[in-house]
Design a protein around this ligand. Sequence first.
Ligand SMILES: [Zn+2]
Length: 412
Amino acid sequence: MNLIIKNASNIITCTDSISDGVIENGYIIIKDGLIKSIGIGTIPSCLCDGNTNIIDAKGQTVIPGLIDSHTHLIHGGSRENELNMKLTGVPYIDILESGGGILSTVRATRELSKEQLKDKSLKSLNRMLIHGTTTVEAKSGYGLDFDTEIKCLEAAKELKLEHPIDIVSTYMGAHAIPPEYKDNSKGYIDFMCEDVMPYVIENGLGEFLDIFCEKGVFSVDESEYIMQKAKDMGFKLKIHADEIIPLKGAELAAKMGAISAEHLLAVSDEGIKDMAKSGVTAILLPGTSFYLMTGKFAPARKMIENGVRVALATDYNPGTCPTENLQSIMTFACFGMKMTPLEIIKGMTINAAYGIGREKEIGSIEIGKKADLVIFDCPNLNYIVYHFGINHVDKVIKNGEVVVDKGNLIRK
Ligand SMILES: [Zn+2]
């Protein structure tokens, strides 16, 4: 079955160029799951054949499927019980010491079976899909021990086969030091490098490796050591860098040839220059900035002006950004970081595709790319960001197939 989208008020192509890439009154022709043709006005009759499903997108805006390039998708439990403590200003360290924080999620994740983790994550994937996300990066890192990390990565691998959303897996054992290795970070690093990472790579459970490089978690030297080991084994690299303290995580990302550096609220000017020069994608997470109530956002404008490719993601996780909805991240990127609607949409499409190494297959509306598309019930690009707090999705198309219609999942 072929698919044609016609009469679209606006098609935002998000190609990797400085032009706006906006097509008014446009059409897209899809064949065998791929974009076959894009044009303006009436569709040439030679391009239609009998076996074609036609969507009239009059008054609507079509963009590439959204890509959530940073999530902690697979985890157990939730942490709403910490909300009142946060509101009264209880420091995170006190929440941690009272049994809350990341280690409570680690406990909850260890307790769930793989099937239970899959059931929970499936609900999240469905929420993502109805909000327009067609590809998601998913990190492990709430198990920390061998069995739970592998259980989470296997859950992601199985979900990828069962759900329309494409999942790109990242091993992030270096998310925290587990209680078993308290005061023994060297022991934990050796365990990851010798026991877990070879298994992950040999069994196709993780394409990327990510590290939480931060004061009190993994130092720059420790991060470099782990990244080098990972690189030698064949992992591609990501790093949670310069979120709270300017440790020179962005500089390390550039030095090690990482695909992306993420968070970057405290990035240095030198780090910004290094990232631009080395082509490291900055993945910014303004939902987390909002949720932490510090009033501090990453310097997106400075990065864009210095030529850094800026992507945006949810950081979906139970502690610091419990949302699967990239449209809410559009709001925070616009009003928190002063990014324009076009910069925001590119940050969740082509730039996010670079951030997960998929820029050749997805992220823009170009001939030959996968037909992953979102049709918003909005007349233009600005309207999507302007009218906030609601779901604008009318249809989601994944690999050329309509998987969300009138905002609802199509269940087979
Ligand atoms: Zn994260």
